[in-house]
Design a protein around this ligand. Structure first.
Ligand code: OXD
Ligand code: MN
Length: 602
């Protein structure tokens, strides 16, 4: 796509202007366009993407104002092996991150950046993570040569002049540089539908709050507000300033008496986070509403409780597996104004992906090839996405944009565990909850695991790919937050929807039925539901979990709520091994928790 007409700055903020001037000198774009965040601008981006061959309009009778985009097959996901935390000291990046020296990384990238936007427009995208003016929100300014990134940022964040107005003359903003790395070096250089570069770098400079991204146009590599800013950079800022930036959904639960509680929940990918964020309870009289589906920023309020905002304004969800059965509210959100990436295109101009519903007899797959159910390959890429405005979700909570945030009553951790971990347990304390989060794990699924199906992948607080500093220090930050918040901290729970019978059958129906577990959690926070103390935490007392009308196999509930002493004992060596990776950075509170667990197991 060639350069677009320039649009001038709407700010006199010297730090913003200097940042943009410096980027312009380095990238050498044909012109610069300051994004104002209007609907008209969003439409212009879509039109440019369609005119340039990146996107195609879907049938407006089926999906009004929506497009399908197919990326380069070599640019379909976050690139974790090329993601770096460039703190001054390697120790600050810790054992779970790739590290590079900040000066060396900037030298490498400056060479790649030099002239990388020749022939293109450099868009300047001022964005706010969180409601503008909220004391919990944060601002970023991103430059990019990707209209696709701009359009997605419009959906996922608050963009434009209002953000610059809120920033005023402050220099407290995250500086994001992004290029697809495909300059149109001579007027004759032809553009391609999905420009990118086989060299890719996603780099973070936590001390100077900068993100430098090169070579990819897809997802978290290019939408810098999401994982790069709202998690990797924000986690460092949160540690420095005494708050929390977490990879969590936020859910509002209302009981039949009309009282509400807010729950935040962290799960590794492929555990149904977006589904839980939008679930429809099966228990009569209960209501669940969505505040966020991926990221949660929490600060202490004047009353000493933790208040959370969803820093985003959209859902960047995985399409395959989303259906009326798995997530009806997501499907209702997806009816109009959506950017679909790497899904299949049906012959009547609609979208399709695996497990969406009835298969079309024919479609064009995500690689633009003819596809039929007999093709023997998926029609959509497994990481195909929808970018959807959160405001379109039929169960969006009325508080979702409240600048004050919502008070969090409970934090849930979970993973995909066929054995050992019960359906639900409540942590004995904040410190024990931190321990449970720190040992969180999922079994690799057949699709992801290659040879190692069933192998445990520890993903502490679901932050493994997203923590911008040493994870040992991150655990310590959790402990410190607990010390500060004391009895006002949320209760912590550990859930596991994926427990299986010895024959390999899921014991728990999951999805909407998870509302039964949420009900127990709600009532524990209220002090009304009964629990029993066990060596691994507090479990629902006999009859405390509402299974009225639920059809589970005989004996299944016993198995789901079993305290598997032998299983936990046999897991201790792997927990010790996991903790050893953090060396001296492992908080003594967590070694103590491990010792306490061992002792309780007997
Ligand atoms: C996501 C992820 O895309 O966690 O949200 O990978
Ligand atoms: Mn996520």
């Amino acid at each position: 796509m060639n350069a677009m007409p320039p649009v001038d700055a709407k700010t006199s903020n010297p730090a913003v202007l200097a940042f943009v001037e410096e980027a312009k000198a380095l990238f050498k774009p044909d012109n610069v366009r300051w994004c104002n965040g209007t609907k008209w601008e969003y439409q212009e981006m879509l039109k440019a993407l369609v005119d340039g061959g990146t996107a195609q309009w879907l049938n407006p009778a089926k999906r009004p104002n929506s497009v399908i985009v197919r990326s380069d097959p070599a640019d379909v996901a976050r690139v974790e092996d090329q993601t770096f935390i460039c703190s001054r000291s390697k120790d600050d990046a810790g054992p779970t991150n790739n590290w590079a020296d900040p000066n060396e990384m900037k030298a490498t990238l400056s060479k790649l950046y030099d002239g990388a936007m020749v022939g293109r427009t450099m868009y300047v995208v001022p964005y706010s993570m969180g409601p503008i003016g909220s004391p919990i929100a944060g601002i970023g300014v991103m430059v990019t040569d990707s209209a696709y990134a701009v359009a997605n940022m419009h959906i996922m964040t608050r963009v434009g002049d209002k953000v610059l107005a809120a920033l005023g003359q402050s220099s407290d903003f995250v500086r994001g540089r992004h290029t697809v790395g495909y300059p149109l070096s001579t007027p004759a250089t032809a553009d391609v539908p999905w420009p990118c570069n086989k060299t890719k770098y996603i780099t973070h400079f936590p001390e100077t709050r900068e993100i430098w991204s090169y070579g990819s146009g897809y997802g978290g590599n290019a939408l810098l507000g999401k994982k790069c800013h709202a998690l990797r950079i924000a986690s460092v800022k949160a540690r420095d300033e005494g708050w929390m930036a977490e990879h969590m959904l936020i859910l509002k639960l209302t009981n039949p008496e009309g009282r509400s509680k807010f729950v935040a929940a962290a799960f590794p990918s492929a555990c149904g986070k977006t589904n839980l964020a939008m679930l429809v309870p099966t228990i009569p009289g209960w209501k669940a509403e969505t505040v966020g589906d991926d990221i949660c920023w929490m600060k202490f309020g004047a009353d000493g409780r933790l208040y959370a905002i969803n820093p985003e304004t959209g859902f960047f969800g995985v399409a395959p597996g989303t259906s009326n059965d798995s997530n009806l509210n997501a499907m209702k959100t997806l009816t109009a104004n959506i950017i679909y990436s790497n899904v299949a295109l049906t012959d009547d101009g609609d979208v399709y992906w695996e497990q969406m519903g009835e298969q079309p007899a024919h479609a064009i797959d995500w690689m633009r090839r003819s596809w039929t159910p007999a093709s023997g390959r998926p029609s959509a890429h497994p990481n195909a996405r929808f970018t959807a405005p959160a405001a379109q979700c039929p169960v969006i909570a009325k508080e979702w944009e409240d600048p004050a945030g919502v008070p969090i009553d409970a934090i849930l951790f979970g993973g995909r565990r066929a054995s050992v971990v019960p359906l639900v347990s409540e942590a004995l304390s904040w410190r024990h909850g931190t321990f449970l989060g720190s040992i969180m794990a999922s079994e690799k699924t057949a699709a992801a695991a290659g040879g190692g199906v069933g192998e445990l992948r520890r993903d502490p607080m679901a932050m493994l790919p997203f923590c911008g500093y040493n994870m040992g220090d991150y655990f310590q930050h959790w402990i410190k937050m607990g010390e500060k918040g004391g009895s006002k901290m949320p209760k912590v729970f550990y859930v596991n929807w994926f427990r299986k019978s010895p024959e390999g059958k899921f014991l728990w129906p999951g999805y909407a039925e998870n509302s039964r577990v949420l009900k127990w959690i709600f009532e524990r926070c209220d002090g009304t539901a009964q629990a029993v103390d066990t060596p691994i935490g507090k479990l629902p007392a006999d009859g405390a979990l509402d299974i009225n009308g639920l059809n589970v196999a005989p004996g299944a509930m016993g198995e789901l709520l079993k305290v598997d002493i032998a299983g936990w004992k046999s897991e201790l060596p792997s927990i010790r091994e996991h903790f050893a990776t953090f060396g001296a950075k492992l908080p003594s509170a967590l070694s103590q928790e491990l010792a306490d667990l061992e002792q309780r197991l007997g």
